[in-house]
Design a protein around this ligand. Structure first.
Ligand code: MG
Length: 318
């Protein structure tokens, strides 16, 4: 199977903000008969979790995309937890985006981020992402505070609590829609038919779902409107997220696929970044000069090859 990873190259690209606590992004790129693909689970992920990403990467390299229903995908701006005086500098990376997703820790700590985003674009729809960080009580206090202070600007709050029971309760009590992200990603293989009791929107990512086919199946099982998002991929991984979004019958929301703008550079030229609030859907090929410029050190090439080998040899691909 390792012999199927043609031109396997690990790149290491600095990030422009401290996103998820990382300052550079490593990704393994390779190609198969259908085109280029990306395998880039975060470094701390173990073999079982990473195997799902590898399934996605193999499918993308070796299988053609499904039928696409649209040629461009509307994109949201993604605002990490930066100091408020950097907000306009970062939002400029997302020209034409009218939806802004903001990572928050609490109302007190991050109110000014929302203020700065709305100062940049008073018409913006705001999403806040808590990554499951609040207890039920903290969610009620913080979301009430956000709603009372800002009013109807919120499109939804992403994963306010970890616990599904807490989410269901918060959904009943707070007049802001709820999007499930970790609740889906960390429970793959579960029965999601009751997810509409805890959420209004499903966040689905190409690689952590195991690829386009698996993600499409997941979305139809969940039965909620889907937002396709990403995990700080290069333009290669993003292109597969765009194809997933383009393959859906229904796409009601802007997608979180503009994050190449948070990297110092893409590996593709032109970069897979937002123009006029959207990104066109196309198979992408890395540019040799960028592959050479961002090629990771030899020991990192070895580390990633071993990572792939461990997943295959360990039988994790099933
Ligand atoms: Mg999220």
């Amino acid at each position: 199977m390792l012999t199927q990873l043609h031109d396997f190259t690990v790149v290491s690209i600095p990030t422009t903000t401290n996103f998820r606590g990382i300052n550079y992004r490593e990704a393994a790129l390779f190609r198969g008969e259908a085109g280029w693909s990306e395998f880039s689970p975060f470094l701390e992920y173990g073999a079982e979790e990473s195997a799902t990403w590898l399934k996605a990467a193999f499918e993308a390299a070796h299988q053609p995309w499904p039928e696409l229903k649209r040629s461009a995908i509307p994109i949201n701006a993604t605002l990490p937890r930066v100091s408020p005086d950097r907000v306009s500098e970062i939002l400029k990376f997302f020209p034409g985006c009218t939806t802004i997703k903001i990572k928050v820790d609490s109302f007190e700590a991050d109110r000014e981020l929302v203020v700065a985003a709305l100062a940049y674009n008073p018409e913006a729809k705001i999403r806040i992402d808590v990554n499951g960080g609040w207890s039920r009580e903290a969610a009620l206090v913080n979301l009430s505070a956000f709603h009372n202070y800002f009013g109807e600007v919120f499109e939804y709050v992403e994963q306010p609590c970890d616990s599904l029971v807490d989410l269901a309760d918060v959904k009943k009590r707070i007049p802001i829609k709820i999007a499930a992200d970790e609740a889906i990603r960390k429970n793959l293989g579960s029965n999601f038919s009751a997810l509409s009791e805890i959420a209004d929107v499903a966040i689905v990512k190409w690689a952590p779902s195991g690829g386009i086919t698996a993600a499409r199946k997941l979305i139809s099982e969940i039965g909620l409107p889907a937002v396709i998002s990403s995990a700080l991929d290069t333009g290669i991984g993003i292109s597969h997220g765009l194809a997933l979004a383009a393959s859906l019958d229904q796409l009601d929301f802007a997608c979180g696929l503009g994050t190449v703008a948070l990297l110092e550079s893409d590996i593709c030229d032109p970069a897979v970044i937002v123009r006029n609030g959207a990104i066109d859907v196309a198979r992408m090929v890395p540019t040799p000069a960028l592959l050479a410029k961002y090629r990771a050190a030899d020991d990192r090439q070895e580390w990633w090859k071993n990572r792939v080998a461990k997943i295959i040899d360990g039988g994790w691909l099933g």
